[in-house]
Each structure stands twice: as C-alpha cells, then as structure tokens.
Ligand binder design. Structure first.
Ligand code: NAD
Length: 413
C-alpha cells in the first residue's frame, strides 16, 4: 500500500456513496460493511542465515452470503490489517458484480518476496497455510494469487491443506495447470483488462489500434494486460515496476522488454526508451492508463496532470475519491477495479468448477466464457450508470452491494 493513503478509507468512501444512492438505513449499511471474521497469525520461520524471524499473516473473510469466501493472498512488506480488510471487502462486491457464486475474502503475509530464497518462501507459505488451515475449505474459503504470490505459492498452500484434510485442489485457485489449475488463469486478470479497455473504447467510438497505453506495474496483471492489448493492436508507450519506468512515444517493443526483464528483473534500463520515475510515468502522454500495481497511486496531487482519456484499473483501489472527482470533472472515463480486474476471480471460479467436477476445459472455452461474463457485468453496470446518473465506479458498487444485500435478505439475516 502507498504508505500515505489508506485503502480502507478509499473503500469506505465508495461504499458510503453507493449506499446513499441505494437508500439503505444505518443498520443495513453497518451489517454489510462489517467483516465476518478477521484472523491474524504470527509465526516463526528460520531464515537461510540461521536467524529466526517472526512473520505476521492475515486472512479476512468479509461477506459469505453469496458463497464461500474468495480472494487472493498478498506477500508484501507493507501489508497490514487495514489493507487486507479493504481488499476483502472489495472482493465481496466484485464477486457479486461478475455474478460468480462467491463471497469476499483476502489474505496477506508481511514479508518481501524479493528478499527471500525459494526455501524461505516455501517455509512462509506452508506455515501461514497451517495457521489459517481451520478457516479454509473448498466450500468455506478459497484463496488465490495476488501481489507477490504465484502458482508455486498456491501449490505449497494446497499441499499443506491437503496434508491435513485429504487431497483438495478446489481449496485454492491459480494453481499450475499440471496440478488442477485452469488454462487461462494466469493471463485472466490481464485479459479482463484488455476486454474492458476494448469495450470502453468502443463506447467512445475509438478503435483499440489507435490507443497509446501506459501500464504501471509489470507483474502478473500488468505484463499480461500489456501483451494482450499489444496483440489487439494497441501501442504500449510506457511501462513501470517498483524500480522505475520507461517511455517511448513511438511504442515499446514488448518482446524485447520481456527479454530485458528476464535478464535484469526490471523494465528499468531498457535501452530503446526514455528512463522516467515511477511517479512521472503516470503523467506522460497516452490514451489509456492502466494502474496495475498498488493502491492509492492516483491522488488529488497527480490527477490534474494525468493525460489519459481512459483509465482501466488493473490494481485494486488505485484511485482516491479526490482523484475520482478530478477525473470526472476532466472527462476521463474510468473502468473501476471491481470490474476491470475481475477477470482473475472469474477464471478462478471456472478453475473451482473444473476441480469439483474433475474436468478440464480448453483455453478457448475459458476465454469465451470469461469475455461473456465480463461484458454482461459491463452492460449491467452501464445500465445502472444511466438509470441513476452516477459514475461507473459508483454504479458498480451499487450493483455489487445490492446483490449481496439481496442474498442476505433471502437468507433471512
Ligand atoms: P505482481 O506481484 O505479479 O506484480 C506487481 C507489480 O507491481 C510488479 O511489477 C512490481 O514491481 C510492481 N510494483 C510494486 N510496487 C510498486 C510501486 N510502488 N510502484 C510501481 N510498481 C510497483 O502482482 P499482480 O498479481 O500483478 O497484482 C497487481 C495488482 O493487481 C494488485 O493491486 C492486485 O491486488 C491486483 N489484482 C491481481 C489479480 C491477480 O490475478 N493476480 C487479480 C485482481 C487484482
């Protein structure tokens, strides 16, 4: 999390605005925003240098009215309960928006994966999983990858859970395909960003091939979004990661950037580009800005200088309410995180279904189903936008919150 910005404050503001439009009373709002369960675990791990270190992990289960809790696990040195709580709540609205039968949850461990060996990482993943084992389950709580974790980490967690409960691939998604992972899951969040960028551009009579794109964050979401947008003909002009950023107005050769990253682990130093700071890249000329790194990066301070016409939020909670207001005033069109990055949880749902049925779907089928599910949600949200005359973000929250509320009502809470 951007240390200056509270992710929880951002989500509270979005939630409160949507609830005001929905006209819910105070008690209903309180029930909907209160997390079901928050678990914190502290566990020791022996590091390669022989020293013992205690790590802190979290798992927050926000709302389970529509199905098992679902949400990623983040490994990051700045993860804390405030952040995990906010991200868990975002998952409750997101799963409802794309209409998959899950609730919302999120997990995190306070560690820096870039400073850890594979052995240390494995130790952390397994010990964390063993400590939260009781609250996980294929019909209870199903984690997935998030920042700093990947298919390998998911495998260690599945293995640790299976040791205690019997082989249970459906307890976690984002696994390697060889171990019950779904084809297309690794690209799914980036694919969703591409699908929604195209949908937004089409609504404003713009061809994707005329779009110059900047992507902040070159991890799972950012790199796949960049690759898939480039495949559709968009011109990728800027890329960044935690080390810094690169920009070339004529377009970056993505394959060459990927080669460079393979060698150096960063986009920084890529020869055929201007080297800029991580902050400055957000303000460089482009048509589409895809924040795909961390929370709270678009603020009242930099929003007035953002040149993009479209913003498609690959990351969770990257925009503060103040920045939102500036974008609205400046006519910047924005697809909010709860829809724009929902491709990941949608294909996670497909993975879970395949695991439960012990089936394997082919990649074309996954991609077609993903597109259909996301475009249906996009249409549902634009209908709310028109009906209530609100931004796409508030329309998305209205849709998600009202679906969760309806499930709570039907259950009789
Ligand atoms: P990742 O760990 O694969 O990549 C993160 C990238 O962000 C890296 O390139 C890293 O260098 C960069 N980064 C980190 N801190 C930065 C900073 N301060 N400034 C600029 N860049 C920075 O993570 P990911 O899985 O791609 O997740 C990225 C975002 O997308 C997160 O907000 C996550 O919650 C969200 N998200 C991920 C998924 C998924 O399926 N992985 C699904 C939905 C949402």
């Amino acid at each position: 999390m951007n240390p200056k910005i509270s992710a929880y404050k951002i989500i509270r503001h979005n939630f409160n605005t949507a609830v005001k439009h929905l006209g819910y009373d105070e008690e209903t709002a309180l029930l909907l925003q209160t997390p079901f369960r928050e678990m914190q675990v502290n566990f020791p791990v022996r590091l390669d240098n022989g020293k013992l270190k205690v790590f802190t992990g979290y798992r927050v289960q926000h709302n389970g009215a529509r199905g098992p809790f679902k949400g990623g696990i983040r490994f990051s040195p700045i993860v804390d309960l405030d952040e995990v709580r906010a991200l868990a709540e975002a998952m409750s609205w997101k799963t409802a928006i794309v209409n998959v039968p899950f609730g919302g949850g999120k997990g995190g461990v306070n560690c820096d994966p870039r400073q850890l060996s594979q052995r240390e990482l494995q130790s952390i993943a397994r010990t964390y999983a063993s400590r939260i084992n009781q609250i996980l389950g294929a019909y209870r709580d199903i984690p997935a990858p998030d920042m700093g974790t990947n298919a390998q980490v998911m495998t260690w967690i599945m293995d640790e859970y299976s040791k205690r409960n019997g082989y249970t691939p459906a307890v976690i998604t984002g696994k390697p395909v060889e171990l019950g992972g779904s084809k297309g899951r690794e690209q799914a969040t980036g694919r969703g960003v591409m699908i929604l960028t195209k949908a937004l551009a089409k609504d404003y009579q713009t061809d994707v091939r005329d779009l110059k794109v900047i992507v902040q964050g070159f991890g799972n979401v950012g790199s796949n979004a960049a690759k898939l947008l480039a495949q559709e003909g968009a011109i990728i002009v800027g890329l960044s990661d935690v080390e810094g950023a690169i920009y070339n107005d004529k377009g970056l050769n993505l394959n060459a950037v990927l080669e460079h990253v393979k060698k150096t682990r960063t986009v920084v130093g890529f020869p055929d580009a201007e080297q800029v700071s991580g902050e400055a890249i957000l303000e460089k000329p482009c048509d589409v800005l895809v924040p795909a790194a961390i929370e709270g990066v678009l603020t009242e301070e930099n929003a007035p200088r953002v040149k993009a016409k479209f913003i498609v939020e690959g990351a969770n909670l990257p925009t503060t309410p103040e920045a939102d207001a500036i974008f609205e005033k400046n006519g910047v069109h924005l697809v909010p995180d709860v829809l724009a990055n929902a491709g990941g949880v949608t294909v996670s749902y497909f993975e879970w279904v395949q695991n439960l049925q012990q089936l394997s779907w082919d990649e074309d089928e996954i991609n077609q189903r993903l597109e259909k599910q996301l475009l249906t949600a996009y249409r549902d949200i634009t209908a709310v936008m028109k009906e209530r005359n609100v931004s796409m973000r508030i329309a998305a929250y209205i849709l998600g919150i009202s679906r969760v509320h309806r499930a709570e009502e039907l259950r009789g809470v």
